[in-house]
Ligand binder design. Sequence first.
Ligand SMILES: Nc1ncnc2c1ncn2[C@@H]1O[C@H](COP(=O)(O)OP(=O)(O)OP(=O)(O)O)[C@@H](O)[C@H]1O
Ligand SMILES: [Mg+2]
Length: 445
Amino acid sequence: MRVVSTKTSRTRPSSPPTARAVLLWFVLGTALASAVVIGGGYVALRSVAIDEAKRDTRAKVLEVAHLVESVIGDDILAGGQAAVTAVDDVVIARVLDASVVRVKIWSADGRVVYSDLPAQVGGRYALDDEQLALLREGGAEVEVSSLDRPENALDRGQGELIEAYTRIRTPSGTPALLEIYQRFDSVNASARRLLGALAPPILGGMALLLLVQAPLVWSLSRRLQRGHEEREALLANAIAASNRERRRVASYLHDGPVQEIAGLAFALAPVAEDAKRRGEAEVATELGAAIERLRLTVRDLRALLVELHPPHLAAAGLEAAITDLVSPLEGQGVDVSVAVRGGDAIDQGQEALVFRVAQEAVRNVIAHADPRRVEVAVVGGLAGARLVVADDGRGFDPDERAARAAEGHLGLALLEELVRQAGGRLVVRSEPGEGTTVELDVPSR
Ligand SMILES: Nc1ncnc2c1ncn2[C@@H]1O[C@H](COP(=O)(O)OP(=O)(O)OP(=O)(O)O)[C@@H](O)[C@H]1O
Ligand SMILES: [Mg+2]
């Protein structure tokens, strides 16, 4: 026989998390949710604020274009000082402020012909497609400035900026580009301001939720925990009580009737001998038969003792107990394998049920199956324990089982009831000539 086992020690199955752990998870979850709401809110509000700022800058550039067009001269494109001064006056007096920090005018060939920062004048940069389109078609373009571009070398140090372009025309109708830069800081500031207004009610709401639900979470998980403990205690009590009862009956049988009857058979043996010697053959035969019956009764009672008080499961272990169960089969030359895996995860209650089902299934194999091969497999895991007893014997059909049940042979029926009560599932599969498989699943509590 092969015996496979990975069982090394026994531990309790996973019990529900403690109330403290559940509460901690709940608080952490709420904090995380708040962080997501606040963070997400900031990003969303900032994007709204950026759109708002772009609209604002766009309106501003059109307004500035109008002002500049009213004073600009044609010779600005050639760097004429009078034209520059005229634009400069308007820009310094009426455009530049805390928010608009730079104004530039570009010629259609990409030259900076005016900037309120004179050092920028004369620089030449290739215009991009959007700028060229603006020159042709008019309109306005707004974007967040990339301050790392060479043309913006002198615009750095002001924090983030939004830039806007539009087309202007000199008095003769030559198109040029007007560009303004507006500070962006205000966007972050306004997102923060909006969030500052929204955060207290959001956080307050979350805190309220926490305050209202935390006691509920606490008491529910405490109840769950207590329920689990009570069930465990009940089961342990029931098992202990039934074991006590069995032991009591077993020891009564062992010390009382078994000894009495064995003693009686022992005491009657010389009497039978005497009768034989005296030539009372009939009496001797009757006595001999009675003695034989008494011996058979003692043997039956001893077998009952073993059933009532099997090797203590917890001490001997499931595998040893099952190995004992199948030993008669081995004696008959049947190929038997017993495999117990994940025994660590099987608790006492599950173990008792697994053993009880294995016992009946193996008894049935011995009594009815006449197999060549029998496999008994037990697998324990987080979800529960599973037992499979499979034989390749003669099998049976449902009618046969029903007929036997009607005669009071209720082994499997009682087992099904027992398993149902324990919240498990028992499936018996059989076909005449195809063998029988008994599968038990007991969930973890
Ligand atoms: N492994 C098996 N191989 C062949 N037949 C089986 C097997 N297990 C059960 N049976 C059939 O199913 C019937 C019902 O089994 P069940 O255990 O309920 O009763 P029993 O074994 O006949 O009697 P009891 O278990 O009450 O002593 C059996 O009588 C037998 O005909
Ligand atoms: Mg049976």
